[in-house]
Design a protein around this ligand. Structure first.
Ligand code: SAM
Length: 233
């Protein structure tokens, strides 16, 4: 397969051994083998400036936990300056929620630098000084940015040209056109007293398309009405 360019990803983390994790399997691994994308991890601790490898300190103003130090993060970033057309993202629950639309835009760039937080988070001055975009993967708290980075990378990599054999199926997935995907069925025809909706067995492509569109809309209205509401805004 001819790949036009390799999409490069750099991850700044205190736990480089957590990568590639699930990205070392299946679709993402195959795409990496084919040079669709590549990953380098940078150990933030390598940029500590004392013999103990200190990377964190107590928060100004008091409170629990430890905060990653700006000068250590700054050195780690400056030694790995991202390309001009790269996104620079720090993962934090305080960030803008990640959406499929944002992921699509990220996948059109040349590369991606991701900073993973740990403990109680990072010094705000680092985030501001390096103009990082703050992104959250959902309204819950993880113990570190690494699982969030893997989620982000996985969702970007599957959109890169050369990862999926058939890109047509991307167009019908959930969140395309602000709706959830319709429910899916496969063989066997009878299972535990249930059968798929008859229209799917009819061979009538127009009727199947209509049923899927209606079901998409119905399920989105009952499960995620805000998707439709947000699109209209
Ligand atoms: N004290 C922080 C707060 O209340 O916003 C939470 C810190 S969390 C325990 C440690 C790190 O995990 C964060 O710095 C961030 O990198 C990552 N993290 C946790 N939840 C996340 C989420 N929902 N999205 C993205 N990153 C998250």
């Amino acid at each position: 397969m001819k790949i036009n360019r390799t999409y490069n990803i750099t991850v700044l983390t205190l736990f480089p051994e957590m990568f590639p994790g699930s990205l070392g399997h299946s679709l993402a691994a195959k795409a990496r083998e084919n040079r669709v994308w590549d990953l380098q991890t940078v150990n933030i601790r390598d940029f500590a400036d004392d013999n103990y490898g200190t990377v964190d300190d107590v928060p100004y103003g008091g409170g629990p936990g430890m905060i990653l130090k700006p000068e250590v993060l700054g050195r780690a970033f400056d030694a790995n300056i991202p390309g001009k057309d790269w996104d620079k993202i720090v993962l934090t629950p305080r960030g803008k929620p990640l959406t499929q639309n944002r992921i699509k835009k990220i996948s059109t760039k040349k590369g991606l630098l991701i900073v993973c937080g740990r403990y109680e988070g990072l010094d705000e001055r680092f985030v501001k000084s390096r103009s990082l975009e703050e992104i959250s993967i959902g309204d819950y708290i993880l113990s570190g940015g690494e699982p969030a980075a893997i989620v982000l990378i996985d969702s970007v990599v599957r959109l890169l040209s050369g990862t999926l054999k058939e890109t047509a199926n991307i167009c019908e997935e959930s969140f395309e056109n602000s709706v959830l995907e319709y429910p899916q069925y496969t063989r066997p025809l009878h299972w535990e007293g249930m059968t798929p909706p008859e229209v799917l067995l009819s061979g009538d492509h127009a009727a199947i398309k209509k049923w899927r569109e209606e079901k998409s809309l119905e399920d989105t209205k009952s499960r995620r009405p805000e998707l439709i509401f947000n699109e209209k805004k």
